[in-house]
Structures are given as C-alpha cells and as structure tokens.
Design a protein around this ligand. Sequence first.
Ligand code: DQA
Length: 159
Amino acid sequence: PHILLLNGPNLNLLGLREPHIYGSTTLPALTTTLKSHASTLGLHLTAFQSNHEGAILDHLHSHYPQAQLPTSQTPHTPFDFIIINPGALTHTSIALRDALLGIGVPFVEVHVSNVHAREEFRHRSFLSDRAEAVICGLGVWGYEVAVGFAARYLAAKGV
Ligand code: DQA
C-alpha cells in the first residue's frame, strides 16, 4: 500500500519557525523517521510539501491516471491513504476539500499544535468532517500515530 504524506504551506519551516509551538524536529528529519516507520508496517510512504495551493491540488489529482495537470509534472501516482497537515489551508480552502473528496482517498488530518487551544480562526476546518480521524496537539508524534492508524485501517480493508 502507498501512503501520501502531504504537508501544506509553511511546514517546510518545521523545526525552524515558532519552535515553542511546533517543536524542533525538521521536516526532512520527520519524513525520514516516518518513511522507516511506514516500511516496518509494510507501507510505502512518499512525501510532498508545497507552499502553493495549486501544486497541492495537482499532486492530489495525480491520483487519476487521466487527469490533465496543466502546471505540474507529477506523474500518475495512485494513493491508498493520505496523511495531511494542510497548515493554514485547513481553515481557508474549499478547493483542498473538493480535491480530497474528488479523489475519494481516505485521509487523516494532522496538526502539530492543538489548534483548539489557539486563535478562534484555527478552530474551523474545511476537512475534519470528512476525515477518518483528526489528530492535533501531539506534536510531530501525531504523524507517527497517523501512520500506525493507516496501517490498521488498510489492513482491515484488505488493502
Ligand atoms: C498547523 C496549525 C495551523 O493552524 C497552522 O496554520 C499551521 C500548522 C499545525 O500543524 O499545528 O501552519 O496545521
């Protein structure tokens, strides 16, 4: 099974920006850890991060073999499961919601911080009601929990 780890805007700065909120683990270090954790569970994990909403949509659309992708060179890549931290797009992007629903791949929404303990505008998510699960406030460990969940979820579905 193939899991996509998708990180949205500013998550390339993980470990660098606001470490009191997001911790000190960098995205490359986290990705390495998650890839090896996934492989011990029999899953193949690929990672994509972008600060550009359209690039994220194109990447999701690459799930479809026949999708027309005007701006992206991403080859056709089917996903069995998606672990997504959409960053601020969580709170703003109907287009991201539509893309996830459009490809119909199950996903878990992850936030490093506890968004409910922060500003009011972070309490709303355009994705949560369609996510298999929402993990927030566990720090970067939340991603590891999500990988473990994905393994169980896919095994239960026989994928
Ligand atoms: C975040 C929370 C969002 O509100 C914020 O815009 C981010 C990161 C998190 O991981 O805690 O960029 O998704």
